[in-house]
Design a protein around this ligand. Structure first.
Ligand code: PGA
Length: 307
């Protein structure tokens, strides 16, 4: 499908960011010269030594045993990763997590798509993060827009925060998704929404735990729609998120936390997005169900984050 673009209002976004950041002066934080570069007269925090490119494949509620087996076979046929430069995580539906882990190449990790908010027990139908870890997961996706917005689920910021806390306590790393609805973008509240979601996250983790958390910016209007954010739109929010981290957590956390872009990423559009200094990888849905997901993984070669 041809990519279409949703126009965003840059001034509206920026005013949203300054509102969301309150009165804190982002420039007052200590940022070392090696972590700051100037692009178009704007100060941005650029790549830090710890920001290894990460590509996640979110298989959602797709694939059966045969489908998982054949996709994994195709992924296994790809060339070995340069593990010093890129990390790959695929996320099968829960019943196939153990199978995926068993069949999948060792240089790819496995993530759960959801877990219960805390320790298991009398919670019919739920899965404890510890169980996901037991069958091979090392990551958990939290706060995906489908879980936040589907009428049947409607996870709140508080639920996403609680799940993150428990996942970290269970030894899983977390891909924490944030992002605005189309009407929120059109109302100029993109950064208000993203920072509200980040505030819930920051409230439950200590600065030292950010190393186990990756933020995925996924504009809801771009998920599964073929409407990828333009590089400028993605860049603006990614810089805003990093700036928020600098103001509200620390310059070190802002510098080292990976921020992925998600929403209709495919082999054709990933190269341009990967070049942006504040895009540290992707969370891929539809295009991760095909063997050419490996082409998106390869986008790390065009990344400014290359370590
Ligand atoms: P998409 O999904 O790549 O199909 O847009 C992304 C996601 O939901 O993480």
């Amino acid at each position: 499908m041809a990519a279409a673009f949703v126009t965003g209002s840059a001034p509206a976004l920026l005013s949203g960011l300054s509102r969301a950041c309150g009165t804190t002066n982002t420039n007052s934080k200590k940022v070392t010269p090696t972590t700051v570069s100037r692009i178009s007269n704007r100060s941005v925090i650029s790549m830090g030594p710890g920001r290894k490119f990460l590509v996640g494949g979110n298989w959602k509620c797709n694939l059966d045993t045969a489908g998982v087996s054949s996709l994994v076979e195709a992924l296994n046929a790809g060339t070995a990763l340069d593990e010093s430069a890129v990390e790959v995580v695929v996320s099968p539906a829960a019943p196939y997590l153990g199978l995926t882990k068993k069949l999948l190449r060792d240089d790819f990790a496995v993530a759960g798509q959801n877990a219960w908010i805390s320790k298991g027990g009398a919670y019919t139908g739920e899965v404890d993060a510890v169980m996901l870890k037991d069958v091979g997961a090392s990551w958990l996706i939290v706060g995906h827009s489908e879980r936040r917005h589907l009428e049947e689920i409607k996870e709140t910021d508080a639920i996403c925060a609680t799940k993150t806390r428990y996942a970290l306590d269970s030894g899983l790393k977390v891909i924490f998704c944030i992002g605005e609805l189309l009407e929120e973008r059109e109302a100029g509240t993109t950064m208000d929404v993203c920072t509200r979601q980040l505030t819930a996250l920051a409230g439950v983790i200590s600065p030292g735990e950010w190393k186990d958390v990756v933020v995925a910016y996924e504009p809801v209007w771009a998920i599964g729609t073929g409407k990828v954010a333009t590089p400028a739109q993605a860049d603006e929010v990614h810089r805003g998120v990093r700036s928020w981290l600098s103001s509200n957590v620390s310059a070190a956390v802002a510098d080292s936390t990976r921020i992925l872009y998600g929403g209709s990423v495919n082999p054709k559009n990933c190269g341009e997005l990967a070049k942006l200094p504040d895009i540290d990888g992707f969370l891929v849905g539809g295009a991760s169900l095909k063997p050419d997901f490996l082409e998106i993984v390869d986008a790390y070669k065009s990344s400014a984050v290359a370590v």
